[in-house]
Write a protein that binds this ligand. Structure first.
Ligand code: ADP
Ligand code: MG
Length: 309
């Protein structure tokens, strides 16, 4: 008789725990601010319907909504990485579904770009550059920092039409600025493509063999923000200047998509650089490129010490 009694007691005990747990969960669920709002928007839901769907509501409550509790895609804490829950009513019933979150969409976009374009490689220090780490005491860079903050302030709402053209001597931190801007834009769910100009020319010339050239150019045309690092340092080719760079600039200018550049040359100097190719000195064609650069970016000079030393 004894074992029977004790197992009955155990069952009753567990059942009591279950009951208590159930009540606790139910309380947590109905007091959750987002669930409260959902329920108040759908007053037709009966208590029975709510009780029947308590597990769904609980699941919704525990998941991070559009990255509200996650710092990045990699740190996503949801059951399905990169998916955010949505609570709806369908045919009078509570329905829980999932959609891709901002971070996942951005992650997928970046992966696609990386897969297609081999040379999007940037040094680690540039990839980790942060606006917060920019040295504000350096007065020689104040103007550039101001312009950069101004751009980012506007980008928090919608993407400004013009980016910046940073020019100045070697080692003052021009490329570092690009990295820092790209990282800040990422927080606003805006993806950027940074490419080192000499690599860009090599990449495009190298893709003649396969048919990927048009697809690649399309990525450069349509990227949210395109950043060309070290323009003027590439091997000059009339074909690249007019057919590739020219058409990307033209597209972005028409679509009002911002661009960033870094260069050792001012725009006037770059014009001279772009004009001299093996086909001779072509000032008109170079001038056309400079005009378009001015449409998609504002020039800013950066002076200062060489930080590489
Ligand atoms: P540039 O592109 O003008 O030639 P870089 O951006 O490559 O110069 O910067 C030169 C070096 O100084 C790099 O090693 C970079 O990481 C470092 N650097 C530049 N700006 C900063 C900064 N604000 N804080 C820390 N390191 C910086
Ligand atoms: Mg650089």
């Amino acid at each position: 008789m004894k074992p029977m009694q004790s197992s009955l007691k155990k069952w009753m005990q567990e059942n009591k725990n279950f009951q208590e747990n159930y009540i606790k969960i139910k309380e947590e669920v109905v007091n959750d601010p987002e669930i409260k709002e959902f329920l108040s928007l759908h007053p037709q839901l009966t208590q029975r319907e709510i009780d029947r769907n308590l597990i769904k509501l609980y699941e919704y409550k525990t998941q991070s909504k559009q990255c509200s509790s996650c710092s990045s895609f990699e740190q996503c804490q949801n059951m399905l990485q990169g998916y955010s829950p949505i609570l709806q009513i369908e045919n009078g019933e509570i329905r829980l579904s999932y959609e891709k979150c901002h971070s996942r969409l951005l992650h997928e976009k970046e992966q696609q770009q990386q897969k297609l374009i081999q040379s999007l490689y940037m040094p680690k220090e540039i990839l980790q550059a942060r606006i917060e780490d920019i040295d504000h005491s350096d007065r020689q860079r104040n103007q550039a920092v101001l312009e950069l903050l101004n751009f980012l302030g506007k980008a928090d709402g919608s993407l400004p039409q013009k980016g910046l053209y940073f020019h100045g001597p070697f080692g003052v931190g021009k490329t570092y600025f690009l990295g820092a801007i790209a990282n800040k834009l990422r927080e606003y769910n805006i993806s950027s493509m940074i490419i080192y100009m000499p690599e860009f020319v090599r990449e495009i010339k190298g893709s003649f063999k396969d048919d990927s050239i048009n697809e690649k150019i399309d990525y450069f045309k349509k990227a949210d923000v395109l950043m060309l690092d070290d323009i003027g340092a590439e091997m000059q080719s009339a074909w690249f200047r007019d057919e590739i760079l020219g058409s990307i600039l033209q597209y972005r200018m028409m679509e009002r998509l911002p661009m960033f550049f870094t260069s050792n040359y001012s725009l006037a100097q770059l014009e001279g650089q772009l004009a001299s190719t093996r086909s001779g000195v072509e000032t008109v064609k170079a001038g056309r490129i400079i005009e378009r650069i001015k449409q998609v970016s504002t020039p800013v000079n950066i002076e200062g010490d060489n930080r590489r030393e």
